[in-house]
Design a protein around this ligand. Structure first.
Ligand code: AMP
Ligand code: MN
Ligand code: MN
Length: 337
């Protein structure tokens, strides 16, 4: 099903190692609406490079989300400066397509003469000069752990904690099928290096603002499923976002609540964005119901079991189209092969 042979087009870790060693100044970026893997990956690689004496800027189009401010080193995440940065190398992390870095971040990185693209999205078109794409990896954070180990790079405590949070959040707390023995071995190594499991999990998962629960209540009031119970969806309107003074990160992970319903195989979350576009978040329980394929039909992308779209509104129209595609996918999977 994979469109390209990653193993052959990926450069060796040594090629990236050489690029990291031979340059002095770096800008590290990740996708808009950053999640734990995006910010965690920036901090992880950023602090390893800083420990090597490199000059490093960590920028994100949307800045640092409030729910990740507990990460050590997160205060180095900046919104893009107005003008281009004087850096030799730009590194995109956890970002399926170059435009998902955001216009201001791309402008800030426009003077870089070398682009490195490190990611785990199967839909990544390899837009870097050097690409390290491993679609079998559960998180970009785990690819970075392997890279840092393979190259003998420093692993300071900021990097240690950020890798753990990157992988924990992208695997739904080490639960999704993408989690492997290597993932647990990595986590064990991080714990041996002094990571405080209880504290970091509590800061990641048990420290939500009250408005997140108010959001969940509003979402539950919109919950629907198809008559066969296979597809469930809910939606967030602009009005609710304004009324509850929501931040973009408040909905992070809530889709798992409807994904967890017995009988549900596809979960969808529709969200009206302030610019009039619609964000669609999708989760699947079965590889045969590939949500990345649905997403790519509408210009989005992601993984087989978790994917997203940003598409034109209004919400009703976007919802009708994507739900039709979802039902089609379910019906096609029901047909005997
Ligand atoms: P989300 O539902 O936002 O948590 O995203 C699920 C997965 O799909 C993540 O790995 C995202 O990076 C990816 N993704 C989300 N939206 C898009 C998009 N518009 N284009 C490409 N990939 C996306
Ligand atoms: Mn991400
Ligand atoms: Mn990721």
């Amino acid at each position: 099903m994979s469109e390209s042979t990653d193993a052959q087009t990926n450069p060796s870790l040594a090629a990236i190692g050489e690029a990291l060693r031979n340059h002095q100044s770096f800008v590290l970026m990740s996708h808009v609406r950053p999640d734990g893997d995006a910010i965690g990956s920036q901090i992880a690689l950023g602090f390893s490079l800083l420990a090597m004496g490199k000059s490093v800027r960590l920028i994100n189009e949307d800045g640092l989300p409030e729910n990740l401010t507990f990460l050590k080193g997160s205060d180095r995440i900046e919104s893009p400066p107005a003008g281009p940065l004087d850096v030799e190398v730009a590194i995109a992390l956890d970002t399926a397509t170059k435009p998902r870095l955001g216009d201001k971040a791309l402008h800030a990185a426009s003077k870089a003469k070398l682009w490195i693209n490190i990611d785990h999205h199967i839909s990544n078109p390899k837009y870097g000069d050097l690409n390290l794409i491993d679609a079998t990896s559960p998180a970009t954070g785990e690819i970075l752990y392997d890279l840092i180990q393979a190259l003998g790079m420093p692993l300071p405590e900021e990097t240690r904690d950020a890798i753990y949070v990157a992988v924990s959040t992208d695997t739904g707390s080490f639960q999704y099928p993408s989690t492997t023995a290597r993932t647990y071995e990595m986590a064990a190594d991080l714990v041996r290096r002094g990571l405080d499991v209880g504290t970091i999990n509590s800061l990641t998962y048990d420290d939500h603002p009250y408005r997140r629960l108010e959001l969940m209540r509003a979402l539950l009031n919109t919950l629907e499923r198809t008559p066969d119970g296979v597809v469930a969806h809910w939606e967030l309107r602009e009005k609710t976002r304004i009324d509850l003074a929501l931040r973009p990160e408040d909905s992070e992970g809530l889709i798992d609540v409807i994904r967890a319903i017995r009988g549900v195989k596809l979960a969808l979350f529709f969200e009206e964005l302030p610019d009039g576009k619609v964000r669609v978040s999708m989760r699947s329980k079965e590889r045969a119901l590939d949500v990345c394929r649905i997403a790519t039909r509408f210009g989005g992308g992601g993984h087989a079991l978790a994917a997203g779209i940003r598409m034109p509104g209004p919400l009703e129209a976007a919802k009708a189209m994507v739900l039709a595609a979802a039902r089609e996918t379910v019906n096609a999977a029901k047909q005997p092969a």
